[in-house]
Design a binder for this molecule. Structure first.
Ligand SMILES: Cc1cc2nc3c(=O)[nH]c(=O)nc-3n(C[C@H](O)[C@H](O)[C@H](O)COP(=O)(O)O)c2cc1C
Length: 214
């Protein structure tokens, strides 16, 4: 992004150019905020949901919105080409040995692809990549199996990672756990590195945010 907003709603003109032709002319809406805390957002009163019983799906969805998280794209290679999906359920679990995990919706195409290949890479997105986050989440024009128009690099092991990310991890799945409506995929990191991005992309309350970093 060329000019960074201070806060509030930003209406951006976005043109994604793929091999010389603009495929997504038009407006792209992103609510982006920067700066110190004190957004003026309504504070919740202390509250117990669903009468103190295990929360139902609606309550969990509402609670999840307030879990501010970094945004990643999980990628893999199948016989049909590349596959990627936007994920914020990613965690670096262990430093030595290097171990991470991601959670993918059970029954999603991406989950099936990753489980089948037994491999995934995680690109932790930078603030230049919110449009890619939407594309890999199926909200904007989808990414094809060649990642046409997406800046990516291949790891030594041949996994695609997104070039403008902050950091990336190439992993082998060593265990998986069916957990609720998701699979937890435990990954052994076999290769890792930095992308060219500088600042993180965050997701909070249904919108992308940037951090103010001095
Ligand atoms: C910011 C953001 C975070 C997401 N995090 C996850 C996640 O952690 N796990 C997941 O399975 N889907 C997550 N999703 C949803 C998937 O990106 C989306 O449902 C995807 O299209 C499903 O894959 P499929 O097209 O292969 O079915 C997230 C979407 C967004 C926009």
């Amino acid at each position: 992004m060329s000019n960074r907003p201070i806060a509030g709603i930003l209406l951006m003109e976005r043109f994604v150019v793929i091999e010389g032709s603009a495929i997504v002319p038009g407006e792209y809406h992103a609510r982006i905020s920067m700066g110190p805390s004190g957004s003026g957002r309504e504070r919740h009163g202390f509250e117990v949901v669903d009468g103190g019983q295990p929360p139902g799906a609606d309550a969990m969805r509402a609670l999840r919105r307030l879990h501010a998280a970094s945004v990643t794209v999980v990628t893999t290679v199948t016989g049909q080409g590349f596959r990627g999906v936007t994920v914020n359920a990613f965690s670096i679990v262990s430093l030595a040995p290097p171990r991470v995990l991601v959670c993918l919706g059970r029954g999603s195409e991406a989950c099936d692809a990753v489980v089948k290949t037994g491999r995934y890479a995680v690109s932790v997105l930078s603030d230049r990549q919110e449009f890619l986050a939407d594309r890999f989440a199926g909200r904007a024009p989808l990414v094809d199996s060649q990642f046409t128009g997406v800046k990516y690099r291949l790891t030594v092991q041949g996994m695609p990672v997104l070039e403008e990310c902050l950091v990336w991890f190439d992993c082998k799945i060593v265990a998986s756990q069916d957990w609720g409506d998701h699979y937890v995929l435990f990954g052994e990191v076999i290769e890792a590195g930095y992308g060219t991005g500088g600042d993180p992309l965050l997701y909070f309350d249904g919108a992308y945010h940037f951090l103010a970093i001095d």
